[in-house]
Ligand binder design. Sequence first.
Ligand code: ZN
Length: 284
Amino acid sequence: MTRPVVHTYRAAESGLYVNSYLIEGESGVVVVDTSLLVSDIEALRARLRALKKPLLAILVTHAHPDHFNGVHGLVQDKEVPVYASAGVGRVIEEIADAKRAQWSPVYGAEWPAETYYPNSLLADGAKVQFDELSFTVHEVGPAESHADSYLVMTANGSAAIAFTGDLAFHGTHPYTADGHSSAWLAALDALGGELADTGTLYPGHGDPAGPGLLDDQRRYLLYYRELIRRLSGGEAQLSEAAKSELSTALQAFLPDAPLTWMIELGADAVAAELAAVRAASSGS
Ligand SMILES: [Zn+2]
């Protein structure tokens, strides 16, 4: 019995460096997450073909297009089950058209013309098996996106590994524009316990790492929120000058990390989130 090999296709900068994982088992390949732009999706498809084993299934970790956009391209060669947690699948159906309307003008023909939706939805804790590869899906709820999940994989009795989507970015600035930073922090706290014994986490952006990755993401979000709380003065949005100050501070916090434009992208969403919590707690 050979151990499965986890291959990574990492997108170019324009594709947000998103990771797609090709898990090569004895008789076939399972793909976790599928890239954003057509050029990367085609490269991922070529990478899959080069393994010369059949595609068995695709799993999508969460409801963001850099993870689900490539499903349509991959199933052109062979239609396979496409799994997501029930919450993730539902949100993908809700947002895919709006995301295309928002981003097609920016990316042009690089944005896939069609969406292939997950066709096999899984309840929290459900397990799917492809020969020796076993995946258990864990529904998280809103965190980095409107619906997140993570997958724990075991094979042939080997130590568990986890595919954690964007619950923790590794070495890049994170996307915060969905405005669920409170829920995201709570999810990270829970995950620290749930994944404490999992050897390696495979994140959606950046290199694999141990569970300490979750602590790093937690520290980043706490700092990000603290800065926004101060710079916004309790308002639901930041001035341009405040955004610039936020960006400078976060770039000093995570030196040399790419995707710096994401810092300002999510600032107003988090300011609005914090302002809403304040309004609710003051009873106004
Ligand atoms: Zn992502």
